[in-house]
Design a protein around this ligand. Structure first.
Ligand code: GLY
Ligand code: MN
Ligand code: MN
Length: 438
């Protein structure tokens, strides 16, 4: 039996345990989880790509079928209402037959609006979990995405089951294959668009299967944090390549970034230096450590790199306090990873959802939790030349920047290095490196 199938038993037992606990606590009969509905494009007869409700795919790897429902109360066998319309326009999903199907009582739904016949007769006490509150209204759910349930589920989502960890390892292994192909394409002179095509072909996943839009950035485009354009034109000069690209496995995301220099030069040395720092930040991860402290530590490391590479002068504390490190490294150190690339629960202090805000000076930090065993996080420090941020520095701070070096580095855009890491009791598991990506 595939390892995944044996892990899945414990996974679904844990999800049932969570539902039983929160339902008991909130006086609920159980949860009715909607996979979602297609979204129609304005003035058109076509839908946007379907994105399944993450609470639905937590239970089973059905990612492409709207109008499905999972009905759970934590003690009875979970029920799956599986949509199989009569439809000669579209592919109708096959009746599922997989390692997970024995764990569900599966019933087939042919008309989306007939789902009431499959739901509990009396919906009092059942909570609707999903995006379509209009549907919940029509079905007369009185409880819809209750805060107490959502906070509880999001908090516990950080504690990955063995099944989830294995899915995340596999999504990393897939993405790493794509990254190696993309690196080869870059050094062979491909355009951004061509690199994307080679990445997708290598991993055999379509753009809509990606957990997020891949960032494939040549030269100065690497300074645009969410650069999603794919230029067809090859740049005249090939300097640098930043690729932030993922993959999915059973709905679990990989989120990996690498940066390459076309030639050996000062920029490639900065990549190596940041890579060393990234690995040493990962070494500092362990249960009990606050992720915010790792983020602050990263600013210290980046300040030192700015000094070492003559991008700025002064001392570490001054470069942080004056905002210089934030201009070069404006985003957070990383985030929780799982069913969503930015997994829910990153700010939750407890299962009631007590919010720990990001520090005032670091508003883009997406995780403020204390690390614990079986959490999965990205670690993604970066250094970029972003003119708008450098220009916004105070006059005093501007004097700490070495503008000549900035001018030299600008055409290279920037650097980000991002790995996906599991926190264990006695070690970290860097899934990205262990999948063979340097
Ligand atoms: N690719 C999105 C992120 O790194 O957070
Ligand atoms: Mn990323
Ligand atoms: Mn990320």
């Amino acid at each position: 039996m595939d390892k995944l199938a044996s892990f899945y038993h414990a996974h679904i037992a844990e999800l049932n345990r969570r539902v039983a606990e929160i339902s008991h606590r909130e006086g609920l009969a159980g949860l009715v989880i909607h996979s979602g509905q297609p979204h129609r494009q304005f003035l058109d007869d076509m839908n946007y790509p379907f994105k399944v409700n993450p609470h639905f795919k937590a239970w089973l790897p059905v990612l492409d079928n709207p109008n499905c429902w999972v009905i759970v109360n934590g003690s009875d066998k979970p029920k799956l209402v599986f949509y199989r319309p009569v439809d000669f326009w579209h592919k109708v999903s096959d009746v599922p037959e997989a390692f997970w199907t024995e764990h569900f009582d599966i019933q087939l739904l042919t008309k989306a609006d007939k789902v009431a016949e499959f739901l509990p007769k009396d919906l009092t006490g059942w909570a609707y979990i999903g995006e379509h509150l209009d549907v919940a209204d029509v079905l007369e759910f009185s409880s819809r995405n209750p805060d107490a349930v959502m906070n509880y589920l999001h908090y516990h989502r950080a504690d990955k089951t063995q099944y989830e960890l294995e899915c995340l390892r596999r999504s990393n292994q897939i993405a790493v294959r794509g990254h190696k192909a993309a690196k080869g394409a870059f050094f062979n002179g491909a355009s951004e668009f061509e690199i994307q095509q080679q990445y997708l072909a290598e991993i055999s996943q379509g753009e809509n299967e990606m957990p997020y839009g891949n960032i494939i950035a040549l030269n100065q485009h690497a300074a645009i944090l969410h650069y999603m354009t794919l230029a067809h034109v090859k740049p005249q000069q090939r300097l640098s390549f930043l690729i932030d690209a993922g993959a999915s496995y059973h709905g679990y995301a990989a989120d990996i970034t690498r940066t390459y220099s076309f030639e050996k030069n000062r920029f490639s040395e900065l990549i190596s230096a940041l890579n060393q720092q990234q690995l040493s930040i990962i070494d500092a991860m362990k249960p009990g450590v606050k992720y915010t402290d790792l983020h602050i530590m990263t600013h210290e490391r980046i300040a030192q790199l700015l000094i070492d590479f003559k991008l700025a002068h002064s001392d570490v504390a001054t470069l942080i306090d004056s905002g210089v490190t934030s201009a070069f490294f404006p985003h957070g150190l990383g985030h929780m990873l799982g069913l969503q690339v930015h997994d829910m629960g990153g700010y939750s202090h407890d299962e009631r959802g007590t919010h720990i805000p990001a520090p005032e000076k670091h508003p883009f930090l997406r995780c403020t939790r204390t690390l614990a065993v079986n959490q999965v996080l990205t670690i993604e420090p970066g250094i970029y030349i972003i003119d708008s941020l450098l220009n916004d520095l105070s006059n005093n701070a501007k004097q700490l920047v070495n503008w000549q070096t900035v001018d030299l580095m600008r055409p290279f855009g920037g650097i980000r290095i991002e790995d996906n890491v599991i926190v264990h009791a006695d070690r970290n598991e860097n899934m990205t490196r262990e999948s063979g990506l340097d």
